[in-house]
Write a protein that binds this ligand. Structure first.
Ligand code: CA2
Length: 189
């Protein structure tokens, strides 16, 4: 069943001049009200952030990280995002400070962050503080199962301020991260 939102105003016809936008029925002439309704219907936005050395994916250590490049992974995530009607930004940086800035700037622009902080996962108080400060729900992901690797990878400094952690599924960790983002957004309604 469609939501019916009947708007009134001097330009509306007596019959209402309905048109369907997404799941709502609008009178198109009433722009300001329509814009508010449209804002509620607009696609959710998810920010994918990738930390240091992930730009090297596909070139070395395929036995741990697989053969896909980061661009290949982004392409797979974009296919799933299209199916879920999610808008994506997908970025990588080797600089801790740049990742911190992107997390800070996410507030008000993105509903969820999906973060593969790479080695900074295990070292960065700055990333942890940024996630905590921005308040944007953040999902920690990893290609490899960090808990089955060296002991220094078992500790995540960001895990306590993230909504959850997904690791060990290769590129599927990214897809599951996106699906978890949609779940987190829906659960917040
Ligand atoms: O499994 C993951 O996704 C990691 O976040 C990857 C990080 C690692 O430090 C984390 O413990 C787990 C490493 C990313 C570096 O990736 C490379 C790819 C190719 C060649 C060298 C490094």
């Amino acid at each position: 069943m469609w939501d019916k939102i009947r708007l009134t105003g001097k330009e509306a016809t007596p019959e209402g001049a309905w048109c369907r936008v997404g799941q709502a029925w609008l009178v198109p002439e009433i722009h300001s009200t329509a814009n508010r309704v449209l804002a509620n219907l607009s696609a959710m936005k998810v920010l994918f952030l990738n930390g240091p050395n992930l730009n090297l994916l596909g070139t070395r250590e395929p036995e741990i990280y697989g053969r896909l490049t980061l661009a290949d992974i982004e392409a797979e995530v974009r296919v799933r995002a299209g199916q879920l009607q999610v808008e994506l930004d997908f970025r990588q940086s080797n600089q801790e400070g740049e990742l911190v800035s992107w997390i800070q700037e996410a507030k008000g622009k993105y509903q969820v962050i999906v973060l593969n902080a790479a080695a900074y996962t295990h070292t960065s108080v700055a990333l942890r503080d940024a996630i905590s400060a921005t308040g944007v729900p953040t999902i920690e992901i990893h290609l490899s199962n960090v808990h089955a690797r060296e002991e220094f990878r078992h500790k995540s400094l960001i895990a306590p301020v993230c909504r959850g952690q997904i690791c060990g599924f290769g590129v599927k960790s990214y897809i599951l991260g996106l699906e978890a983002a949609v779940y987190v957004k829906e659960a917040a309604k």
